[in-house]
Write a protein that binds this ligand. Sequence first.
Ligand code: KG4
Ligand code: ZN
Length: 329
Amino acid sequence: MILSIESSCDDSSIAITEIATKKLLFHRKISQELEHAKYGGVVPELASRLHAVDLPKLLEEAEPYLNDLKAVAVTNEPGLSVTLLEGVAMAQALSIAKDLPLIPINHLKAHIYSLFIEKETTFPILVLLISGGHTMVLDVKEYDDIKVLATTMDDSFGESFDKVAKMMGLGYPGGPIVEKLALKGDEKKFSMPIPLQNSPKLAFSYSGIKNAVRLVVEANQPLDDQTKADIAASFQKAAIAHLLQKSKKIFKELKPKNFAIVGGASANMAVRKAFTDLCEEFDCNIHLADLYYCSDNTAMVGRCAVDAYELKKFISALDIKVQPRTDVI
Ligand code: KG4
Ligand code: ZN
């Protein structure tokens, strides 16, 4: 079995995964969402202090498995440095105390493996990764062969939902709130620009839509409930149209047989619907993770670690480094 640890942002999580069967034997997660909600976003120092309290609690729950471990895995990149350090410190201690190999895991790669929890991998696959920190299209050939085909030049898809929610005083995290509100709104009420529409560039940009929302919010003060819903719907429509437009270009070029959406924002039903239709048009299989495994969790880290274990991707406990930012997946 592998014990895996995740603390890259505001979720403390520990999992136990059986290597031979890929079965998830244990998975616990403590989300700090409520603690950060009052600040309208994640406060790194607070997050790190909460991980220091919550990770040991979760480890205690995993105690029955601790004598059967073959390795320890931990997310060490990318994420908030002070929160990554909490998980990495625990993994280093376990690896040294129990003389177990240590496996460093890239959080973005782990999101890809959210598709394969208790399943075999489907490679090659084209992946749209949409989270709070990333908006990327990835050409995934195998564990160690992942090419970034497009990324964002500024804000990420999920982050733009968080910022739009904040502008309208709706709370944090903004994704699920804006999605729910959009259901009651008129998506044609406000016209929002679709970024880079006439540019051949394979890239994303969300700062323009965010500023367009800011102008509408300022021009319609005080905001009534229907206007908020109309803004949410108009914003979400443009945000998804941008994802679709750039992805379609890649579909035309690569004609993928398998496509997936992963990351916290892949829980958005309007995104799922838009891309299910796109895949139908291109005769491509769509893969979606269970809703529970879209947001940060360690089940995906553990599943990724099983493949890493088989490839012997070990590192010494004294050499593992935390990398807040990384371009390599
Ligand atoms: O993957 P994740 O849990 O954490 C990161 O690695 O960033 O993603 C969290 C992000 C947040 O920005 C959140 O607002 C967004 O995903 N999100 C959504 C939805 N659910 C979560 N964005 C749009 N629609 C949703 N339903
Ligand atoms: Zn994530």
